[in-house]
Design a protein around this ligand. Structure first.
Ligand code: ADP
Length: 534
């Protein structure tokens, strides 16, 4: 009954663990899918935002550069309304004449078309521009060379990472974003250079374009990984962060977009730890459950084999005394006896076999009740244990004598009255004596002893028979189990006697044990608490 409960609990636990695993993998998959969806969304967002920003800069710079005409340079405000949001200065250049000893020069009025700087700053910037930016560079990579190679009316751009500011402070070099275009009018070629102010872009435009939201964080980093706009991310798992490079303005810079939720490292780690614990636990439960079920199935199969053996054993045990009874009964009925002594002997055989038959039937019925978990015991207070054991010895006397064995009983003079089911205890002792007669007849002797130690009744049945193989000693108390060495011999038995003895002992809150050495005999001991508490 209890085993069935445990088995059901195990099956339930395995099912629950499997369901938990299935749920976990489902939620992990959907979490993964939603993470992938979120990632694609962030990529699209980054793409769109960078494109919008670059479009603003490049289109407004282009518009401004296209508006410039050489003959209007000295007109005040002729470019009004075309100045983009970050424009810091606009210069107009043309090629130097051969013999001038320079690459390029400012067109008259074109060295400061517009500027957000003070005059001094503006002059310093212009000087630096002429000396460093327009100076011929190796391999034709200088701005002057690039300007000359440009296609007409096409915007190009450049980032200059060296500058005045960098020399003055310890700050990282200030990047200068320059847009430029080659133009031609009235047969003259000229070049327009628009400088956008990096500070305005990083401090005003970037925060306007890349607005931090409750869900997403934005950050602009330069080519060295330095954060130019936005807060540094505390922590980002790689799969929750996307990056999009700038191509039309700040070459090498990138916009990074991240999810805000995953910034908590410890929560993420705790979640991972709990998940691995849960998965490990579920797998453990499934493995343990399956192993236990495999054992249970094996045990059940073994029990079934034993049961079929039991049925054939019991039928055999019933048949043998019955055929003996009917044979001798028939002889008596037909008067086929030579003398009254022989008739008496036949009658005794019939009586003995019917007693054995009766006991076997009792055993089987008790066992069946016990198997069904029915309460088969009738406990009584103040039972005389000595008398209970003596009755078992007396009832078995004839059987012992018939086997040509002697039985001694060592019973104490006095003993405390006990709480027990006297019939059950007598049956247990008789079963042990029966076994000694059946299996240890060669030893010729049986000793039944009883003593009290404190609150414990100690009952022992000893024989001097073949003993029991140590490997089988714990198994002989199992239902239907019969020792291997016995199975081949013509000794009748059903394999339920010792299971019954064990059940009786345990029902009294006690235990039955065996000590045995092959060829030296066996001692079966029943220990019972005197107050019969279970
Ligand atoms: P049964 O006697 O009907 O086979 P039991 O449950 O009484 O069933 O005994 C189980 C097995 O224990 C026996 O088959 C036998 O092999 C072994 N056994 C029991 N008592 C003794 C004994 N006194 N000496 C040797 N073997 C024993």
């Amino acid at each position: 009954m209890r085993r069935l409960l445990v088995l059901n609990a195990l099956i339930f636990a395995v099912l629950a663990a499997a369901a938990a695993l299935a749920y976990y993998s489902f939620s992990a998959t959907s979490e993964q899918t939603s993470r992938e969806r979120e990632r694609t969304l962030m990529q699209d967002l980054a793409e769109e935002k960078v494109a919008n920003f670059e479009f603003l800069i490049s289109s407004s710079d282009t518009k401004l550069m296209e508006r410039i005409e050489l003959d209007k340079l000295i007109e005040p405000d002729f470019i009004k309304g075309a100045i983009g949001p970050a424009v810091a200065s606009v210069y107009v250049l043309e090629d130097c004449d051969p013999g001038d000893g320079c690459e390029m020069k400012f067109v008259t009025g074109g060295h400061n078309v517009t500027s957000a700087r003070t005059d001094a700053e503006s002059n310093a910037y212009r000087n630096w521009f002429m000396a460093r930016v327009l100076a011929p560079a190796p391999e034709g990579q200088g701005l002057a060379e690039r300007l000359k190679r440009l296609k007409l009316n096409t915007r190009d751009h450049l980032i200059l990472n060296v500058g005045l500011v960098a020399k003055q402070t310890n700050a990282p070099p200030k990047p200068y974003l320059l847009s430029f275009m080659k133009r031609a009018s009235n047969g003259r070629t000229f070049y327009v250079i628009v400088e956008d102010d990096t500070n305005t872009i990083t401090q005003v435009l970037f925060p306007q374009f890349f607005v931090q939201s409750a869900k997403r964080l934005y950050q602009v980093v330069d080519e060295t990984g330095l954060v130019r706009s936005g807060d540094p991310f505390v922590y980002q798992a790689d799969d929750t962060l996307v990056e999009r490079k700038f191509v039309d303005t700040f070459d090498g810079w990138a916009l990074r977009v991240a999810q805000r939720e995953t910034t908590d490292v410890s929560a993420e780690q705790r979640k991972r730890f709990i998940n691995s614990l849960l998965i490990g636990g579920a797998v453990g439960v499934i493995v343990i459950g399956l192993v236990a079920l495999a054992f249970a199935v094996r045990r059940e199969r073994r029990l079934n084999d034993l049961k079929s053996e039991f049925i054939s054993n019991v039928s055999h045990e019933l048949k043998t005394p019955l055929s003996i009874i009917s044979m001798f009964g028939e002889m008596l009925a037909l008067g086929r006896t030579k003398s009254p002594e022989q008739a008496h002997e036949y009658a005794e055989i019939i009586w003995r076999e019917s007693v054995r038959l009766g006991r076997l039937i009792d055993n089987v019925l008790d066992f069946a009740k016990m198997e069904r978990g029915m309460d088969v015991y009738e406990f009584a207070e103040d039972v005389d244990v000595i008398e209970t054991v003596a009755r078992a010895v007396e009832l078995s006397g004839r059987r012992v004598a018939a086997a040509e064995m002697t039985m001694t009983s060592i019973l104490p003079e006095e003993m405390s009255p006990a709480r027990l089911d006297a019939n059950a205890v007598t049956l247990a002792v008789m079963n042990l004596i029966d076994n000694a007669v059946k299996y240890a007849a060669d030893g010729k002797k049986i000793e039944v002893s009883l003593r009290q130690e404190g609150d414990v009744i100690m009952l022992a049945v000893r024989d001097w028979g073949p003993g029991i193989d140590p490997e089988e000693q714990h198994r002989i108390f199992e239902r239907f189990y019969r020792a291997k060495s016995i199975r081949l011999k013509p000794i009748r038995g059903s394999g339920i006697g010792l299971a019954l003895v064990q059940h009786i002992a345990r029902a009294h809150g006690g235990e039955v044990t065996v000590t045995s050495k092959p060829n030296e005999g066996s001692t079966f001991s029943i220990l019972l608490p005197i107050d019969g508490k279970t």
